[in-house]
Design a protein around this ligand. Structure first.
Ligand code: COA
Length: 372
């Protein structure tokens, strides 16, 4: 049995295709290199949920439905207000997403239409949760969502109280497109396993947020930036990275379970990090990243993954480091919910077996006072 279920096909899906040898990623048949420069997050979310690119009327409808679903109940904001100011935003988000179910009368309705509406609602509300979590821990009031801004711009607006310029909006929008789905990754699989028991969408995406939080998955982007800050200066890159490799430590942002060549999302994020650094007059983190990438390629034949260059790109446009992974969740909610719609449409309990490696089942119970 392959450790970590490596290369095991665990189910069928029409949503996302990855060729790890050739570095191909496509959503519903559209290569990510087609979508990243041309699409928007709203359009990509519609594509993932519905299976085809929207007509202009459908896109208007989806965009309006998403924008109109952004507000979260006041009770949710009140709950977040009581979180510890030191709570990790991903832990707070996990609880926030779970709490949304308590105020949705349709939380347990599993009809296709009820689930489609919840997919839109959940995707629309995650940015509102993340921004409220970020502001309340700083003692600031949450900024209510606007309906006239894109998903990307509205997230920035709710975070900082001002709309982004068009360049930052596009950077965030493309990042959202690139992160929106990735086949049977750990968090999506966790979501599908939960849904396959017949449980509801909120429970399923709560499982997913918990899985995304881990440093081997979505948590890696924040760790990339922490590493860059620890290294501090390009003159330290060689010694620190070679030292980490010498100690057999994993370098965040490198390696992948599926890709054996460049992660196609990293191709876009590298360029985005470079351009954002140049625009913001802060090329230091990009330059350090390039040098780290060269060492990893030469020494370990490892490629940068989606998390490596997203870190420096987000940092130079001012996203707080511990919001990098929540921002990943803002995007991936579209993919998680698309997979849930697919799971519910043709459900079978997901319940694999374990290869038993414990004691033979022949032990006899001994009273506690006779045990050694
Ligand atoms: N830095 C250094 N070495 C790495 C590495 C990294 N980031 N990623 C993998 N390797 C090495 C491993 O040490 C191992 O070497 P070995 O065979 O000499 O022991 C080999 O590459 C295979 O790695 P392994 O951890 O077994 O692969 P995996 O498929 O189980 O794990 C990841 C995949 C993504 C979890 C792993 O590459 C990793 O931990 N990366 C860093 C975290 C990260 O960026 N996660 C986000 C993924 S999108």
């Amino acid at each position: 049995m392959p450790a970590g279920l490596k290369d095991v096909i665990a189910g069928q899906s029409e949503i996302c295709f990855i060729d790890g040898e050739k570095g191909i990623l496509s959503y519903r048949g559209y290569d990510i290199h087609e979508l990243a420069p041309n699409s928007t997050f709203e359009e990509t979310a519609h594509l993932l949920w519905m299976g085809s690119l929207p007509t202009s009327r459908e896109l208007d409808d989806t965009t309006r439905e998403m924008a109109g679903s952004r507000a979260v109940p006041a009770e949710i904001v009140a709950i977040i207000r009581h979180f510890s100011k030191n709570a990790a935003p991903m832990a707070a988000l996990r609880t926030g997403v779970s709490a949304l179910a308590l105020f949705d009368p349709e939380a347990d309705a599993l009809t296709p239409e009820a689930n489609r509406k919840k997919a839109v609602r959940l995707t629309a509300q995650v940015p509102t949760l993340v921004a409220a979590i970020a502001r309340l821990r700083n003692g600031e009031s949450p900024v209510p969502p606007r309906t006239d801004l894109s998903h990307a711009a509205n997230f920035y607006y709710m975070l900082f109280g001002k709309a982004p310029n068009s360049t930052i909006e596009r950077l965030l929008d493309v990042a959202l497109i690139l992160h929106a789905d990735h086949e049977y990754n750990a968090s999506t699989f966790a979501a599908r396993v939960t849904a396959a028991t017949g449980s509801d969408m909120y429970s399923s995406v709560t499982s997913a947020v918990g899985a995304l939080k881990g440093p081997l998955h979505g948590g890696a982007n924040a760790n990339v930036m922490r590493m860059l800050l620890d290294i501090g200066d390009i003159s330290n890159v060689q010694s620190v990275i070679r030292g980490m490799l010498g100690e057999k430590r994993k370098i965040p942002g490198f390696g992948h379970r599926v890709y054996r060549t460049e992660d196609p999302r990293a191709t876009h994020l590298r360029r985005m990090s470079q351009e954002a650094g140049a625009r913001e007059g802060n090329t230091k983190w990009f330059n350090m990243s390039v040098e780290i990438e060269e060492i990893l390629k030469t020494e370990k034949n490892l490629n940068a993954n989606v998390d490596f260059y997203s870190a420096s790109a987000y940092y130079v446009v001012g996203l707080p480091i511990d919001l990098f992974t929540p921002f990943f969740a803002v995007s991936r909610m579209a993919g998680w919910t698309a997979h849930l719609l697919e799971q519910y449409a043709d459900n079978r309990l997901i319940r694999p077996r374990a290869e038993y490696t414990g004691h033979a089942p022949d032990l006899r119970w001994i009273p506690v006072d006779q045990r050694q």
